[in-house]
Ligand binder design. Structure first.
Ligand code: DP6
Length: 334
């Protein structure tokens, strides 16, 4: 059984250089999150006629099954295994909340399936396997902070300054509203229709370098500023897509302004937003509890999760997987 943590990009990946191979168009850099994780168990079984995928206790839908089987096919090819597999996966955070689970999900799947097939792959190779399904998952193989360059096939860890190791992420889960468009189709749509995508793409490497340099030197003010710029530049490109991609709701804006107020009063707090309405606030560990109570009071904020940097994806004894009874008709990982 494998466990992998989710991650939040400080410098965003948005756009594909090669959609077939799933190669990122821009460099990105993320913090792995201790508080959000996926546990996945894989067993290859010659008696099975098809792959069986159970996510959070429910049989996976057709499109999720296809994506999971694609990972299993790569592993089967490398290990010369013909058997189908039973895959059980559980998130320790509510998938229905709309918090991204594809990063932790595909990282855990890459590690669990390769280990179940007897392959002892390096982190770089596991990251490449996860990346082929989801670029953000490539970063979740690593603990702490991780980056993936534009066009790269795998991510790598970044050894940051001690000051940066003391960072935390406060996640304000806001009203979900209608189900958001998934990040894969949303980024392809942005690339195809937004006149501002090229602007984001041109600017992304410099923003990434700034985030990276700030993490290495411990320049938190520069880090927070570059991180917000990355997220807002990405959302600006989405807003200009046709039809427009608007992930924000009133609570998203309430949190943005709440973070700006905290900052005006001298607290280190900067936000980032992914392909959903939730707001993730980067802060120092000592301020996290206070920021959490401020954000929890804002209109539309449903719950607040605090997380420090998480560890790398790892194998755990199989009995640590507590499988719920399967039921039909679930959505897959989001
Ligand atoms: C906004 O990694 O989910 O979270 O490669 O198509 O699976 P695919 O996309 P995915 O996109 C993540 C987009 C993001 C920014 C980021 O994590 O860098």
């Amino acid at each position: 059984m494998a466990l992998a943590h989710s991650n939040i990009a400080l410098a965003k990946y948005w756009g594909k250089r090669d959609a077939e191979l799933n190669l990122p168009d821009v460099p990105s850099l993320s913090m792995t999150l201790a508080a959000l994780s996926t546990r996945t168990r894989v067993q290859f079984d010659p008696s099975l006629e098809a792959d069986q995928i159970v996510l959070n206790g429910s049989v996976a839908d057709a499109s999720t099954t296809k994506k999971v089987s694609a990972v299993l096919d790569r592993v089967r090819g490398a290990a010369a295994i013909a058997s189908r597999a039973r895959v059980e996966s559980m998130n320790d955070f509510p998938t229905a909340s709309g918090l991204a689970s594809s990063a932790s999900g595909f990282a855990a799947l890459a590690l669990a399936s390769s280990a179940a097939a007897g392959l002892d792959w390096s982190s770089a190779r596991l990251s490449g396997l996860a990346r082929a399904s989801s670029v953000s998952a490539a970063r979740s193989i690593f603990g702490g902070f991780a980056y993936i360059e534009a066009g790269a096939i795998s991510a790598a860890p970044l050894d940051v300054s001690p000051l940066a190791r003391d960072l935390a992420m406060v996640i304000a889960v806001t009203d979900a509203g209608p189900k958001p468009v998934g990040s894969t189709s949303a980024m392809l749509h942005t690339q195809a229709t937004s006149p501002y995508y090229q602007g984001f793409r041109d600017r992304a490497p410099a923003i990434y370098e700034e985030v990276r340099a700030a993490l290495l030197s411990g320049d938190l003010a520069r880090l927070g500023d570059a991180m917000e710029h990355s997220a807002l530049a990405m959302h600006a490109a989405m807003l200009a897509a046709r039809p427009s991609l608007i992930y924000w709701n009133p609570a998203t804006l309430a949190v943005i302004h709440g973070v700006r107020e905290l900052r005006a009063r001298g607290t280190f707090a900067h936000f980032t937003i992914d392909a959903g309405p939730h707001v993730k606030v980067l802060c120092q560990t000592g301020d996290a509890a206070r920021i959490r109570s401020v954000l929890a009071e804002l209109p539309g904020v449903q719950r607040v999760i605090v997380s420090g940097p998480g560890a790398a994806a790892r194998l755990l004894p199989s009995h640590e997987f507590v499988a719920p009874a399967p039921s039909q008709g679930s959505r897959g990982a989001s």
